[in-house]
Design a protein around this ligand. Structure first.
Ligand code: SAM
Length: 222
């Protein structure tokens, strides 16, 4: 998946992955991570997901990374927030959009990096307490996922993760979203985390409505 693929998807508004409502599995299972409010949550490959607004409303500061700048601009525009935009000190291709969500009594910071996730360092991202991976691991083809999982661990310091995956017969459909099995989750993260399957539910993929798909929720903890 090259950057042009995603630039085109956003430009042509082929963003079926973007949900208009907060992901119900996030609402149901986030508490399994048991974090105090004001923790910092990392949302890799974040798009303009409204899940970040929900996380913010739960009292978390949110740090996202998204390749496509128009997605980040759309997020702030849709939330009626005027972000402050910073240029990365060393890499002219990286920008950081920052704003505040919530009312005056409970404001949380949201920081969205416009960057290839592989170009960022833990110094850029800062300290992270938890990771929410929805449609991120499964957005990447198999040959990128080991590098992705290593980068997530580098950036987050192996913070606990809630990961949502889809599993289906990959021979019946091209990704994204790609099928990721439990064995693959183990392969990517098993050497760093205890992996617990919290849920497995039937699901559908819009572009292949007849495919048998299960959606799985994983808790990765040390
Ligand atoms: C399937 S979408 C999921 C977006 C979001 N997590 C959601 O659930 O709505 C994957 C997103 O990752 C972004 N992306 C793909 N490769 C990336 C990379 N290497 N670095 C940062 N973002 C990337 C794409 O532009 C796209 O918005």
């Amino acid at each position: 998946m090259n950057p042009e693929f995603w630039q085109n998807r956003w430009q042509e508004k082929r963003i079926g992955f973007n949900q208009s409502e907060v992901n119900s599995l996030l609402i149901k299972y986030w508490s399994a991570l048991n974090f105090p409010a004001s923790s910092r949550v990392f949302v890799p490959l974040c798009g303009k997901s409204i899940d970040m607004v929900w996380l913010s409303a739960q009292g978390f500061d949110v740090v996202g990374v998204e390749l496509v700048e128009s997605a980040v601009q759309a997020f702030f525009a849709e939330q009626n927030i005027q972000p402050t935009i910073y240029q990365h000190a060393e890499n002219t291709e990286i920008k950081c959009y920052q704003g505040e969500l919530g009312d005056s009594e409970a404001k949380r910071t949201i920081t969205l990096w416009v960057a290839d996730i592989f170009a960022l360092t833990s110094t850029d991202i800062g300290s992270i307490d938890a990771v929410y991976d929805k449609a991120a691991l499964i957005a990447l083809p198999a040959d990128m996922r080991t590098q992705y999982s290593e980068q997530i661990c580098l950036l987050s310091g192996t913070a606990p993760q809630l990961v949502i995956t889809l599993h289906y017969d990959q021979s019946k459909k091209d990704g994204p979203p790609f099928s990721v099995s439990g064995e693959q989750v183990q392969q990517y993260y098993g050497n760093r985390y205890q992996i617990t399957e919290l849920a497995r539910e039937p699901a559908t993929i819009g572009s292949a409505p007849d495919l048998t798909v299960s959606e799985q929720v994983w808790l990765l903890s040390e």
